[in-house]
Design a protein around this ligand. Structure first.
Ligand code: NAP
Length: 251
C-alpha cells in the first residue's frame, strides 16, 4: 500500500497483460490511478490483471488494440477518453522481439519489431497528446532497453527500435515541456518475463556473469522505476533515461 498520488488520474499501460506491463498496471493502480490494461492477443491474461487490480478496490479496464495500428490506437484511445476522461499517464510498454543475425534477418521481422516497439509509442503518444495537453499535466514513460544503449548480437531490429525510443523521448520531452508533461525512458536490463524465458541456459549464465548484482531483475523492480517517473516526486525530470539493469551498464 502506498500514497494515492495518482488518485483521479487515468493511466494507459500498453502491453499491460503480462510481464513488466502487468507489474506496472498493478503499481499504478496502487498509486490510485484508474488503469487501462492494453493487450493484443491474450485476453485471459488481461482479464486476470484487471481482476487483480479490482480485488484491491482500484479500477481497471481492459482494452484490446494493436499499438502498431495507427487507426485502431486512435479509435480506442478516443473511446476511452470519451468514457473515462483524459489519459494523463501513458506507459508505452508493449514490445516484441524477432531475433536473428542481420545478414539473415527477414525484412518483415525488421518491420514488425520497429512497428510495434517504436511506431507503437509514436501512435499512442499522438493519440493521447491532445487530451493530455488540455489537462496541462501528464506523464509519458517509454520502455527502452539496455540493448538500445549497448547493442546485442541478433537484435539489430530490437536494439534500433529501443535506441529510436530514446531519441523520441528526448524530442517529445522538449515539445511537451510547456504543458506540464514529462517524458522519460526506462531502460531495463534482463528481466524475468515470458520475453526472456526462452533464452538458452548458456546465454543466461553468460549474462549473469556480466551483471554486477548477479541476478536477473524482476518486473516489479522496473515497475518501481516507472512509478517514480509517473509520480509528482519526479516533476523536474524529463527527457531522461533511467537504467534498471543491476549494474550491467552504468551511464
Ligand atoms: P512480455 O512478457 O512478452 O509481454 C509483452 C506484452 O506486450 C504483452 O502484454 C503483449 O500482449 C503486449 N504486446 C505485444 N505486442 C503488442 C502489440 N502489437 N500491441 C499491444 N500490445 C502488445 O514482455 P516483457 O518482458 O514484459 O516486456 C515489456 C517491455 O519491456 C517491452 O517493451 C520489452 O521490449 C521491454 N524490455 C523487456 C526486457 C526483459 O528482459 N523482459 C528487457 C528490456 C526491455 P499479449 O499478452 O496480448 O500478447
Amino acid at each position: 500500500m502506498c500514497e494515492k498520488v495518482l488518485h483521479g488520474r487515468n493511466a494507459l499501460v500498453t502491453g499491460g497483460s503480462r510481464g513488466i506491463g502487468r507489474a506496472i498496471g498493478l503499481r499504478l493502480a496502487d498509486m490510485g490511478a484508474t488503469v487501462f490494461i492494453n493487450f493484443t492477443s491474450n485476453e485471459d491474461a488481461a482479464s486476470q490483471v484487471v481482476a487483480e487490480i479490482e480485488a484491491t478496490g482500484a479500477k481497471a479496464v481492459p482494452c484490446r488494440f494493436d499499438v502498431s495500428d495507427n487507426k485502431a490506437v486512435k479509435e480506442s484511445v478516443s473511446a476511452l477518453v470519451k468514457e473515462h476522461g483524459p489519459i494523463q499517464v501513458l506507459v508505452n510498454n508493449a514490445g516484441i522481439t524477432k531475433d536473428g543475425l542481420l545478414a539473415r534477418m527477414k525484412e518483415q521481422d525488421w518491420d514488425r519489431v520497429l512497428d510495434v516497439n517504436l511506431k507503437g509509442a509514436f501512435n499512442c503518444i499522438q493519440a493521447c497528446a491532445m487530451s493530455m495537453m488540455k489537462s496541462r499535466w501528464g506523464r509519458i514513460v517509454n520502455m527502452g532497453s539496455v540493448v538500445g544503449t549497448i547493442g546485442n548480437i541478433g537484435q539489430a531490429n530490437y536494439s534500433a527500435a529501443k535506441a529510436g525510443l530514446e531519441g523520441l523521448t528526448k524530442t517529445v520531452a522538449r515539445e511537451m515541456s510547456t504543458r506540464g508533461i514529462t517524458v522519460n525512458l526506462v531502460a531495463p536490463g534482463f528481466i524475468e518475463t515470458d520475453m526472456t524465458a526462452g533464452l538458452p541456459e548458456k546465454v543466461k549464465t553468460d549474462l549473469l556473469n556480466r551483471i554486477p548484482l548477479g541476478r536477473m531483475g524482476q518486473p516489479e523492480e522496473v515497475a518501481d522505476a516507472v512509478a517514480f517517473l509517473a509520480s509528482p516526486a519526479a516533476s523536474y525530470i524529463t527527457g531522461h533515461t533511467l537504467h534498471v539493469n543491476g549494474g550491467l551498464v552504468c551511464q
